[in-house]
Ligand binder design. Structure first.
Ligand code: CP3
Length: 345
């Protein structure tokens, strides 16, 4: 009766036996197994660039947590480095990039050939598909042009987005050129991931939530639309995540994506109503709920499930899992979703 995986069925708003669940950043520092593999790799970037080890950490949460989808282990900044922006990850600080701040800097960037310049990502995809052997689908991903632009212009994780907004307001024409190069890069990168075997893709526009609705329409949405249109022939579901998406739910639903990944600040019931159930919803437990005692966590899981649409819901957190999260809480979460999300036969 339920052919295909419950994750892919839910992306297409088909019936499922129970609610599928995966966790943003499910392969990460909260897992001792991840920390052990990263230590063997030496550092985070080396882990991303070693297909065998990237495959190993991708599979860890599938086996330990029993989630319904695997997500490729990599980082949104990998294609940015391939564009010609030197990148390092500094322990305790996060990413550090050589910033691009002017039209002159822009000319130093190029659109990378995914196979030639990020071949290790595609090797990881092929290896993961082989090792998963059909157990659960594999999700590929990319940052969205606007979110990638924030890292490139700020030179790392932004606190106030001062430099990126100064460019956007001061010289929108050349800022759009940056977004265009990024959109072209993301399109080739995601197509290559699909060709290598990913069965769904998630676009992370994490920081677009700091824009006004007008600026979201002008500077973030067009890039997402371009990507969705380019991927139309690939027939894999496309998921769009924006942290702080509440002001733009209507725009996101009209962008052509199959699934909107909603943060915890807005209820799924309100989201469904505003988008008139036009697309599936993913989310939206507050990642901090995983630090609460078990009965409180279960109560929150029940609340999210109760607020979700009947068809077309993929359970997830509203943002990535925190590194301090007890792994047992993540295991318990997946069990709760599968038990409480069960549908009447
Ligand atoms: O979800 C997964 O399990 C797949 C792997 C994945 C990572 N990063 C691994 C990672 C994915 C999908 C990402 C996406 C990503 N990377 C985003 C968008 C999602 C989001 O959380 O908003 C962003 C903004 C980045 C950029 C990035 N990468 C930052 C800002 C940092 C440092 C902050 C931090 O948490 O340390 C990273 C590092 C990173 N990416 C880690 C992991 C597991 C931690 C690195 C480590 O092991 O020390």
């Amino acid at each position: 009766m339920f052919e295909g995986s419950r994750f892919l069925r839910a992306c297409r708003r088909q019936t499922v036996d129970t609610t599928p669940v995966w966790i943003m950043r499910q392969a990460g520092r909260y897992l001792p197994q991840y920390r052990a593999t990263r230590a063997r790799a030496g550092d985070f970037l080396s882990l991303c660039k070693a297909p065998e080890l990237a495959c190993e950490v991708t599979l860890q949460p599938v086996e330990l947590l029993k989630v319904d989808a695997a997500i490729l282990f990599s980082d949104i900044l990998i294609p940015v480095e391939a564009m010609g922006v030197p990148l390092q990850f500094v322990e305790g600080e996060g990413p550090r990039l050589e910033p691009v701040r002017s039209e002159g800097d822009l000319r130093k960037l190029h659109v990378p050939d995914p196979a030639a310049e990020t071949g290790f990502v595609l090797d990881a995809v092929r290896l993961i598909r082989r090792e998963l052997d059909g157990r659960v689908p594999l999700i590929g991903f990319s940052g969205a042009p606007f979110t990638l632009a924030t890292y490139i212009v700020e030179g790392g994780s932004a606190k106030s987005f001062q430099k990126v907004l100064a460019w956007l307001y001061g010289d929108p024409e050349s800022f759009r050129q940056l977004l265009d190069v990024l959109a072209e890069t993301v399109i080739l990168y995601l197509k290559a991931q699909v060709d290598a075997g990913v069965q769904a893709v998630q676009i992370f526009d994490t920081w677009a939530g700091m824009l006004s609705r007008r600026l979201y329409r002008e500077f973030a949405l067009p890039g997402t639309r371009q990507i969705v249109q380019a991927l139309r022939g690939c027939s894999v579901p496309v998921i769009l995540y924006v942290n702080g998406c509440s002001p733009f739910l209507e725009e996101m639903a009209a962008s052509g994506v199959d699934v909107i990944s909603v943060d915890w600040r807005v209820s799924l019931a309100e989201a469904s109503e505003r988008i008139r159930s036009a697309v599936a919803l993913q989310g939206n437990l507050d990642p901090m709920a995983l630090f609460a005692p078990r009965p409180a966590l279960e109560h929150e899981v029940g609340r999210v499930l109760g607020s979700a649409p009947d068809r077309g819901h993929i359970f997830n957190l509203g943002h990535g899992i925190q590194p301090e999260t007890p792994p047992e809480a993540a295991v318990a979460l997946v069990e709760m979703v599968h038990r409480l999300g069960r549908k009447e036969p």
